[in-house]
Design a protein around this ligand. Sequence first.
Ligand code: B1M
Length: 919
Amino acid sequence: MTSALRSALGSRLLILDGAMGTMLQAADLSLDDFDGLEGCNEILNVTRPDVISEIHDRYLAAGADLIETNTFGANLSALGEYNIAERAVELAGAATRLARRAADAASTPDRPRFVVGSVGPGTKLPTLGHIAFAAIRDVYQQTIEAMIDEGADAVQIETCQDLLQAKAAVIGAHRAAAARGVDLPVMVDITVETTGTMLLGSETGAALTVLEPLGIDAIGMNCATGPAEMAEHLRTLSGAARVPVTCMPNAGLPVITGEGARYPLGPEDLTEALTDYAQRFGLSVVGGCCGTTPEHIAMVSAALAGRPVAPRHPVHVDAVASLYSEVPLSQDTAYLAIGERTNANGSKAFREAMLAENWDECIDIAKTQTRDGAHLLDLCVDYVGRDGTADMATLAARMSTAVTLPVVLDSTEPQVLRTGLEHLAGRCIINSVNFEDGDGPESRYQRVMPLVREHGAGVVALTIDEEGQARTREWKVRVASRLIDDLVGRWGMEVGDILVDCLTFPIATGQQETRRDGVETIEAIRELKSRYPGVRTTLGVSNISFGLNPAARIVLNSVFLHEAVEAGLDSAIVHAAKILPIDRIPEEQRDVALDLVWDRRGTDAPAPRGVEGYDPLTRFLELFEGVTAASMKAEREAELAAMPLLERLKQRIIDGNAKGLIEDLDEALTIKGALDIVNEDLLAGMQVVGELFGSGRMQLPFVLQSAEVMKTAVAHLEPHMEKTDAGGKGTLVLATVKGDVHDIGKNLVDIIVSNNGYSVVNLGIKQPVQAIIRAAEEHHADAIGMSGLLVKSTMVMRDNLLELNREGLARNYPVMLGGAALTRSYVEHDLNDLFEGEVRYARDAFEGLRLMDSVMAVKHGVPGSSLPEIRARRVPARPRAGSVGGAEAATSGGSGKSGGADPAQPDVRSDVARPTPAG
Ligand code: B1M
């Protein structure tokens, strides 16, 4: 039976049944039926099996291929509310027996019917500490074992609101299947609220990142909303999930009436939506949740049962996740920065806070790293004499909700790692595994790997074997290959989830035998990346400079990291804010550091340093004698002070230096207008930042600092900008699109447009299309403005326009799109061709304002008014460097809605990722 279900899952569309709970509510049952436990639906499996069986029969008669057991609340917390938690197994078994009997009676050789054990979320959220992970996991395991014993073909873990609960249920299901020796498909449905996230704030991408590596067989959505609100989340799942996608919406958003909740969607509406989604999103299972009835399922089944599953082409991205969002392991134009300061061995401040049990301070250190531009956080609580398990439980639980970044769990103790995994809702990386004590049954390697596998974690693999830490390139690569082969071959890991750390010893201690350690490490990284292109590398960078003074460490770490990244390093465990952009290091310091890293001594070093007897270590120590981080900063301040005013303002943006900014801005205001300062001086600085960033010569923390200075400057200049008193000219809803955090340009648009008499509803960053649509409806917007700077945002904008089409709102809202990766041609031809309303490109805030003026003129019927003509399709332009402004490219060819370009190959500015470096 099971294998039939597994193979059916991927090939033909299967129909799941509809609601059980709302059907029971409608069944007019007495308190006696509930054995005095009012509302405890699971008790009906033993008190009123006839009612449950009848519901199953009606869904089977309606054409359901899969029926769910009446076990949504057969778990620790839900039954615990009635003080009958100990009956979970009994009630799960009884429910499965009823469903099995009904399914068998309805099955024919041509059309088998399947029983799916419903596994609900319970009433307590482990991420919020309401209940322990291990406790719910174990009860899930017991109930699922009972379901297997009574003939369940699969389980459906549904209405997941907390990813940690979902993980507990999946692991419980896998343990149950292993205990019973059966092959049990495990399907998971998440529930996304109208806010666009799961109850605790998890985005759909985060849920996929956490759940898919656990080894599930399908992922989808159920409950909370009707199909309309699910569309963009299904698109996310459909575009990236490698397992089948499922959809069980409510019969619309409930409307509260005098008689209780009423679900507005009838069978036709639900069928229409599911038919559309089945085709568009390649769904494998469709059914209904709250408010759906046998009538709904009958119509859905008549329309869809047995249809082939529409093809999908998911694009998988190797990633980890926090409770909130996913973070790809490969970062565009940046190495993946793993913050090193939440480590009791590496950071004195963190260790002291932990020893004092000052947990708030520990979390503040984590948050500071987040602000400084880390992508992940390394969490290590190992400290002699402390109870590591207790410390990990406290810190992991707090970090899970208080920090938005995924965590790398770092410990030598398997039990401490397990505790971390059981408290963090996201997908973690385990740091680390190695062959230090071999790979026998008692080895640490063999004790950690089952945890990695069960929790679907990524792993840092260290180049250490039974002989010790590998020193030479050949040795490092040999150990790495052995680890990779074993992790993939024996433990079933995906290559993309492995990060090899080639480890380095300090090179500046004066010991001869360590002088080549940097070279060997860099060369090992280069060779590994060429042998295993799918494997990623990481490195604890600070070790290289151990023993030097702090100023020298910053320079050596920065130079070493730069060279390692050039050789292919993907990720680094660093204090991200203390890595200097390579161009910001004084020339001689940088050159001598390079000689030190590459061990170029005597005449091996390039001229003019390469002379007999030259030792870069000696010279490096001389260069940093008496130098402190503060004195280096003072030197730079002096250089800045010597610049002409307007050049200094630009440089302040590049350097991210706000000290003296306000004074400079006030002085600049005496010679030119506020807007000119923004457009001519500040944005010129931002353009250089974009170029340095894109060419790898500036790291993310510094880009963040530049962005902060830009924001401070714009805020200071805003009151000096011309403003019309005329208000109420019209309303613009403005947002940075889903997945994109860039908001400087969008906020400038807000200032310019609102200073000119319009109301702007600025929704902020990472806005799902549903939020944009809701705001437009609520505020009776006259137009929608979407901003997005990433190349992937151009695709999100396209999807958003399609969603406006689908909801029949395209003609209500003219749309303006702006951001660095867009081109006029892509917006006004490719996108305009597929959008049923009007969409225009806004190159800058002023074009946004002009567009708004023409939107309102058209709306007020001003004679002769229209939106600006679509410009002729342009010949692909030479790549424009940087971000903003720039002359329009030459144009040629036809115009109008018949552009005909291949929308799968949009003419977007992928060049923004790699602009030409400035001078
Ligand atoms: Co990021 N970033 N960034 N970044 N960043 C870019 C966009 C990038 C081009 C840099 C590069 O490689 N050269 C690159 C994208 C490449 C790509 O997609 N292939 C990039 C990347 C890769 C990333 C990350 C992925 C890096 C990483 O972590 N690995 C990450 C993405 C995070 C995410 O979004 N999920 C990231 C993060 C960041 C910071 C947080 C550090 C910071 C943003 C801070 C903030 O905005 N609060 C940042 C910055 C500052 C930039 C650059 C350097 C500058 C952007 C900027 O503010 N420009 C940028 C380089 C670039 O753009 N060339 C870059 C000034 C601003 C005024 O211009 O926003 O274009 P702009 O707005 C203009 C017009 O476009 C127009 O009007 C504005 C001016 O008048 N306009 C509209 C914009 N929206 C409009 C809406 C309208 C009308 C007009 O509606 C009506």
